[in-house]
Structure formats: C-alpha cells, structure tokens
Design a protein around this ligand. Structure first.
Ligand code: G6P
Length: 609
C-alpha cells in the first residue's frame, strides 16, 4: 500500500528518499515519485512501475534538494499512471504525498474547481494539495494552512507537505494511516514505516492519531489532535539497516520461509520459567484480564485470519473456551452481539490493517472491556490500541505473501490457548504436551524444510494449470485455505480450499485431469474420513498431491502423488504442514516468472479500507 518517505537535511536528500522508497517496495505499489525544493522551485519526477525506473529517470536528468518528499502509490482512485502518481502539486508551490483515502474528495474537488483550481489527476489526494494552497492564499503560513485544511478532510491520511516559499519546513500529519518521524543529527525524516529510514537513523517518534508535526533541520514541534503542543517519546529501534536484506536467497519470501525455525525460537524466548508459560508474556495485567474473560472473539484479515481459524479449533477442543472468529471487514459493519467479558483478540503482522483496527474500535464501542493483539510490528497502531500484547518477533517480513509471520502467529496463539485455557478446562497434561511440542518445533521445522527439492520438482505439475483445489479437515482446513491463498497470491493460479467433507456438495463437479487437488492429510483422527474423500477425487480422474506422514492403504494409484512428511504431534502439525505449501506456491511462482515478493495488485500493509 502507498508508502511515504520525506526528509529535511543539510545534504541532498534524493539518494536517501530513493533508498527509502526501495525499502518500502514490499508494501506493494504501482508507481513512484519524488519532489524536491531547489533554489525556491519545486522539481518533480514520477514514473509508472518500479522505483528503479524512477531512479533511472533521475539519473538521466538529476534533481537535488535538501528538502524532499517521495511516494510509492498503490492505486485506489484513478488507474496506475504517471499522471496519478504522487507527489501532487498545486500552484507550482505546494507539494503533497498522501497515504490513505479522502472519502469526501468528490465534494471538495467540485468546490475547488469552482474556485479556479485545475486538476491534473484522478486521485483523491489532489484535493488535499489544492485545499492547502487555497488556505495558504489566506494566511500565507504553511503550518496554519495545513491545520486549517485538515478539518475539511474526511477519511484517513498520512501526509507529507512542503511549500517552495518555505524550503526550511516540512509538515507531517496523520489520522488513521501510519507515519513515523526519523530523528537524525541536524536532520529529520518521515516515513510510513521505520524500515524506510534505517540507513539514516535508528531513533524514531511514532506520531499519534491527529498529530501534526512541523520539522526543520534543527527543530521538531508536534501538535496533538486538539492543537496542543505535545512531546512524543523517542524510541530506539533494535533493527539494523541490513536486517531487511535478501542475503543469499533469490527472494525475500524464500529467505523468510527458511527463517521460520529461528523466528519461532525468538517468539518462544523468555516467555516461560522452566516449562511454565508466564501470563505476563502477554502484558502486566494479563493474569487479571484472563481471570475475568468468559469467551474469545478473534478478528483479523487475510493470512492472519487463517491463523485465527486454527486457533478456534484449539480453544474449543482443548480448553472448552468459547471462541468465535470473523473477518474484520465484516465484523466492523455487522453490528454484532458481543458480551463485555469477551477477550477480543486481533491478529496482524503489520499492526496497521485498517479493517482490523476499525473492528477493534467497533468492539470497544460495543462495550468489550479487554483486548489483546498478536502482532509482528512493535509500536504499530494495533499494539498501541490493545490492552495486552504478544509480539511475534519474526523480524521484518518483506515478501507480501506472509510466511514466518503466520507460523509465529500460530505459536503465539498456542501460548494464548495455554494461558486462557488453564482458566477453563485445559488439563495439566495437555499444557505440558503443548509446551514440549512448542520447544521441539524449531527442530521439526528444519526437518520439513528438507523437502524443498522434492517440492520444487512437484511444482512443475502446477506451472501450466489454471486452477487448483486444496483439501483439509479440522485444524488443517484453515491450513488448506492458507495454501490456496499463497498459491493465488503469488502464482496467480486460481485456488480454492474446501473442508474435505464438503467435496460432494459442489467442488467434485470440477474434478478432472486438469485440476490438481492438494490434500493436507496428517495422521490424526480424521485421516480415515479424509481417505474416503481422496478416493472420491481419484475415482474421477483428479490429480491428487497428498501431504501425509501415514499411508494411504492399497495405493499404487497413478493419480496420487504422496509427499512423505515427518511425523509430528497433532497439536503442532498445522504449523508443520503449512511449510511445504509455502514452498509449493513459491516454486510455482518462480516457474511462472511472477514477481514473487511483490505480486501484482497486492499490498503488505493494507492501511485503507
Ligand atoms: C495483506 C497482506 C497479507 C496479510 C493481510 C492482513 O493482504 O498482503 O499478507 O495477511 O494483509 O494483514 P495483517 O498485517 O493485518 O496481518
């Protein structure tokens, strides 16, 4: 989703902004642009496509400046085009980059046009820059003009604003979309996330909703939503610039798949005393909160939603904790019935997903007293708005298709099942078993990664296919969903997941030799049922690929290919069976030559509705 980088310094900021844009590429975008002020004039370059195209454009016709704003655009209003790319400029004097959506842009556009402003793009953003220019004509003060523009804007925004008559001042503001300030020595930067600024600083200020900041080379003043001057803490990040590097891997996604054993260990680290999970792993008031809750409501989107689906099985089956789960974008508008003693659990790798954030706010409005987030981004909006927090510590995940964030979410959720479940009917034996399996998980992940070559070969069977079906049962149904999502996200093959018992109620009609059917079939109490489902597919000429640690029986069926999995305990098998599905989608995408890390039309951090 759109990314902002901007800065004010005593050196040319163009290379810093270009590097920052590259580091935001993972968020997903379709065009990029940059503007600087040099000798009192605004110079702008924009390009459809990748940041390297913009970089080449600037190399061919260099621009420079000690203040600049830059942007990667993910189209919402108006197609991807150079014309629609940011920064947008008004009256040759004001330039703006924007992340978010201005919902009342139509109305503002009409009134600005009536006042003589000419629009050169189809974007909602352009109303912001003209509105600021209009206000500037009244009070000729950039900060005042921005402040008086904001009340006119409905929707969500993070903005970077500069004005050619004030090349010493950069304005940053946010409402509903993330924005962070990077604190340098004699320089300040702003960005949508800290990854963009790690080469120049590790000191950050996270703006709060409604904040407006005025930045000069040696001063920073922040005003809160009521206009009062405020101090915001400076946070020292532990991340290094090279922690967002591909290393020896061809793609970030492959690197991140291989990092999962490490990421899981990190997520478990320090949360136990001996074998005993500490309630405080979820925050200081966790014990008190867990003592009061009567049920759990999970809210999430995309891959994180799939993690929640697995957790629902765990909560109810192992601990009899009533657990509901809903896609956040549905929950927020459904006017649901929810009791105040429910623990609302949001799951999000980015911590900035607009729908998840709004669903949490909706739950609070409906009277829910306790919230907990499972998140991979410290200081993100969801972390700040939740009472209890469990960080997944997977490290930066750059590939748009989520991998290590997902498996660490499952680990965090298992810990939550223990902490909440022991207040319901989770037995001591089960608790001990889960803990010991969690401790053994990194080793089992290493084992399953050894299947990489086998899966690479298998991927050839998918390269010319248009469709694929994924089947699973129980906790492995959401894993089948996640496998299907991965395949469609990065290889653009249409893939659907079904709980295997539903096959005969529709999808069986799709089965023929052109339809690969991927089946997740660990050796558990549902295996016999699943075997019947496998037979139903095979009898109709379907091409089955079965991931299993048991045996199929009398199978020398040429329609069936079995991928032998390591035997692991049922409790952690959803995590283990995810990994070959990630590898499968990765290798299919590589064969198809798609943009693995930044698949078309998708974004890593979905900060708009
Ligand atoms: C986007 C990402 C997915 C992610 C989903 C939810 O679609 O591409 O990988 O699962 O958003 O994001 P969240 O950050 O809330 O987990």
């Amino acid at each position: 989703m759109c990314g902002i980088v901007a800065g004010i310094a005593q050196r040319n900021v163009v290379p810093i902004l270009i590097e920052g844009l590259k580091r935001l590429e993972y968020r997903g975008y379709d065009s990029a642009g940059l503007a600087v002020i040099d000798q009192g004039e605004i110079y702008r370059k924009r390009e459809l496509g990748k940041v390297k195209g913009l970089e080449a454009l600037i190399a061919a016709d260099p621009i420079q400046g000690m203040i600049g704003i830059a942007h990667t655009r993910w189209a919402t209003h108006g197609k991807p085009s150079t014309q629609n790319a940011h920064p947008h400029i008004s009256s040759q004097k004001v330039a703006v980059v924007h992340n978010g959506i201005i919902e009342n842009h139509d109305r503002l556009r009409t009134s600005l046009q009536q006042n003589g402003y000419q629009f050169t793009s189809e974007t909602d953003t352009e109303v912001v820059v003209h509105k600021i220019a209009e206000q500037l004509a009244i009070d000729n003060d950039l900060l005042a003009a921005v402040k008086s523009t904001l009340p006119h804007l409905e929707g969500a925004y993070a903005l970077g604003v500069m004005y050619s008559d004030r090349p010493d001042t950069l304005i940053a503001c946010r409402k509903g979309s993330p924005l962070v300030i990077g604190v340098g020595i004699g320089e300040f930067f702003i960005a949508s996330d800290i990854a963009a600024l790690l080469p120049v600083t590790q000191r950050f200020i996270f703006l709060e909703d409604g904040d407006v900041a005025e930045l000069t080379i040696d001063n920073l003043v922040i005003y809160d939503k009521d206009g009062a001057r405020v101090e915001r803490p400076v946070v020292e990040s532990q991340l290094k610039a090279d922690s967002v590097d591909k290393g020896k891997y061809r793609h970030f996604m492959l690197k991140e798949i291989y990092e999962q054993a490490w990421a899981v260990s990190e997520t478990l680290e320090g949360r136990f005393i001996g074998n005993r999970l500490q309630d405080s792993a979820f925050g200081h008031q966790a014990a008190e909160v867990f003592d009061q809750i009567k049920s759990v409501q999970i809210l999430a989107c995309g891959t994180s939603y799939h993690a929640g689906l697995v957790a629902r099985y765990w909560f109810e089956k192992l601990a009899r904790v009533p657990c509901s789960i809903e896609v956040a974008s549905e929950f927020r508008y459904r006017n649901p019935v929810i009791s105040p003693d429910t623990l609302v659990v949001t799951i999000s790798q980015s911590g900035e997903t607009a729908d998840t954030l709004a669903a949490l706010q909706e739950a609070k409005k409906l009277g829910v007293k306790h919230s907990l987030v499972i998140c991979n981004a410290p200081e993100s909006s969801l972390v700040r708005e939740s009472d209890l927090v469990m960080m997944t510590r997977a490290g930066p995940e750059i590939g748009v298709a989520s991998t290590k964030a997902f498996t660490t979410q499952l680990v965090a959720l298992l810990m939550l099942v223990i902490a909440v479940g022991r207040r319901f009917s989770l037995t001591k034996e089960w608790e001990e078993l889960i803990v010991s399996e969690l401790f053994g998980l990194p080793g089992n992940i290493e084992k399953v990664l050894q299947l990489d070559e086998t899966i690479e070969q298998l991927s050839q069977r998918f390269a010319d296919k248009q469709n694929a079906l994924f089947l699973g049962r129980g906790t492995h149904y959401p894993i089948a969903m996640e496998g299907a999502l991965k395949l469609k996200e990065i290889s653009y093959i249409h893939a659907e997941a079904y709980p295997a018992g539903e096959l005969k109620h529709g999808p069986l009609a799709l089965i023929d030799a052109e339809m690969p059917v991927v089946t997740v079939a660990p050796n558990n109490n549902l295996l016999e049922k699943l075997k019947s489902n496998i037979q139903e597919v095979s009898a109709r000429g379907g091409q089955l690929i079965v991931f299993m640690d048991g045996a199929l029986g009398e199978s020398d069926d040429e329609n069936v290919q079995i991928i032998k999995m390591p035997s692991v305990a049922n409790i952690i098998s959803p995590i283990i069976y995810t990994i070959p599905l990630q590898l499968l989608s990765y290798h299919v995408a590589v064969l198809k030559g798609t943009d693995v890390d930044q698949p078309r039309n998708l974004a890593k951090s979905v900060t708009v509705e």
